[in-house]
Ligand binder design. Structure first.
Ligand code: S3P
Length: 416
């Protein structure tokens, strides 16, 4: 059973942004609870290459910001590793610098769509050359103009790239989304002194002269905590408290859906200073099927593979729809989840914009899962391995390092 208390590592989205925004602010930004996963380390290494002094000590990071115009020519290719957030957000910043830079990443990054940022940034006056819409991206800094942009995807990465470029534009920039994506950029840029205002599905930023350093306390990542919410829900007799989890309403869809499926989840000790944070108590419960679709999708986009896995143990047929974005994540997460859940004997069908999962009460084991080097696929099946009939092996365990170094240690710690 899953028992005890656990504080999972810092939020990935907030950690990336704390380094980026600190780098382009005047003064020293002290970050506490930074996620030292490979993705955020890619962000740090890029900002070091463009002239920013950054020190890391465990999960404490100090960024010596040089202001909006203090970055310097890297003179070498910038490697974003596996990180879409790094590639897309940094593109927004580099579009306005007075040098040319080249951004690339691993095999997965080179397959992820970049036209979604190239198109709006080009409308703002950016000069970006790509490999037919894919990385490597060659970005030559230009003077930028404000735009009003209607994004066809609800993507915080797209929204953030445009807002960051908007800091440097000569007039206000507005991004309108079909549904609200995570709003860490908006909350954090305001904390760094940007002039920004939002409506339900839009954000407008005014041209900025300077941002100013501020200290950032990063909450635990709800996307990482979700694996343990699922574990405590699925394994009989479990009761677990997850500490200091970020419960920003643009990220908490996983809690809503699990509760809707019958999970036993209680929010305790919540506080809302910079980003809402709470302890979360989860205990075992039997689950029933649900339908997940519409505006809730961006608020649980990274948790959908896990929710599909949880649905395989819920009574009835769960439908996931409006989730085509899942096809362009670190792997095609719809296809991969359907293929890999089938190996466990689950009846699952891929649909045009999601999947349909028939609940069962028995998962086969003695199988090897193809993770496609996708951290969230690996952790999802590690959780199902707690309740399967035999061992579930992963073809690549190490990919969890992208977002959750120490995942397997934490799992051992609470699995008693
Ligand atoms: C992220 C936004 C999401 C999410 C990703 C991190 C961010 O992507 O899937 O893991 O930090 O802005 P999209 O905004 O492109 O959906």
């Amino acid at each position: 059973m899953i028992k005890g208390r656990l504080r999972v590592p810092g939020d990935k989205s907030i950690s990336h942004r704390a380094v980026m925004f600190g780098a382009i602010s005047k003064g020293i930004t002290n970050i506490k609870g930074f996620l030292t996963g490979a993705d955020c380390i890619s962000t740090i290494s890029i900002f070091k290459k463009i002239g920013i002094d950054i020190e890391i000590q465990n999960t404490a990071v100090t960024v010596k910001g040089k202001g909006l115009y203090g970055l310097s020519n890297p003179g070498e290719i910038l490697d974003c590793g596996n990180s879409g957030t790094t590639t897309r957000l940094v593109s927004g910043i580099l579009s306005a610098q007075n040098f040319t830079s080249v951004l690339t990443g691993d095999k997965s990054i080179q397959k992820r769509p970049m036209n979604r940022i190239i198109a709006p940034l080009t409308l703002m006056g950016a000069d970006i050359k790509s490999n037919n819409g894919f990385a490597p991206l060659t970005i030559t800094g230009s003077s930028l103009h404000g735009i009003e942009y209607n994004s066809h995807v609800a993507s915080a990465q797209v929204k953030s790239a445009i807002l960051l470029a908007g800091l440097y534009a000569d007039s206000p920039t507005t991004v309108i989304e079909p549904a609200k994506s995570r709003d860490h950029t908006e909350l954090m840029l305001k904390k760094f002194g940007a002039d920004l205002y939002t409506t339900k599905t839009s954000a407008t930023i005014n041209p900025c002269k300077e941002l100013f350093a501020t200290d950032i306390d990063v909450p635990s990542d709800i996307s990482s905590a979700a694996f343990f919410m699922a574990a405590a829900t699925l394994v009989p007799d479990s009761e677990l408290i997850l500490e200091n989890v970020g419960i920003n309403p643009t990220r908490d869809g996983v809690i809503k859906v699990l509760k809707d499926m019958g999970a036993n989840i209680e929010i305790i000790n919540s506080n809302d200073e910079f980003e809402p944070v709470a302890d979360i108590k989860v205990s075992y419960s039997r689950l029933h099927a649900t339908t997940i679709g519409g505006d809730i999708i961006p608020t649980l986009i990274d948790e959908l593979p896990l929710l599909a896995a949880v649905a395989s143990m819920a009574e009835g047929k769960t439908i996931i729809k409006d989730a085509t974005e899942l096809k362009v994540k670190e792997s095609n997460r719809i296809k991969v989840m359907c293929e890999e859940l089938s190996k466990l004997g689950v009846n699952v069908v891929e649909t045009e914009d999601g999947m349909e999962i028939e609940g069962t009460n028995k998962l086969l084991g003695n199988v090897t899962i193809s993770t496609h080097d996708d951290h969230r696929i690996a952790m999802t099946f590690a959780i199902l391995g707690l309740i399967s009939d035999g061992e579930i092996k992963l073809d690549n365990k190490n990919c969890v390092e992208i977002s959750y170094p120490g995942f397997f240690d934490d799992l051992r710690k609470v699995n008693i």
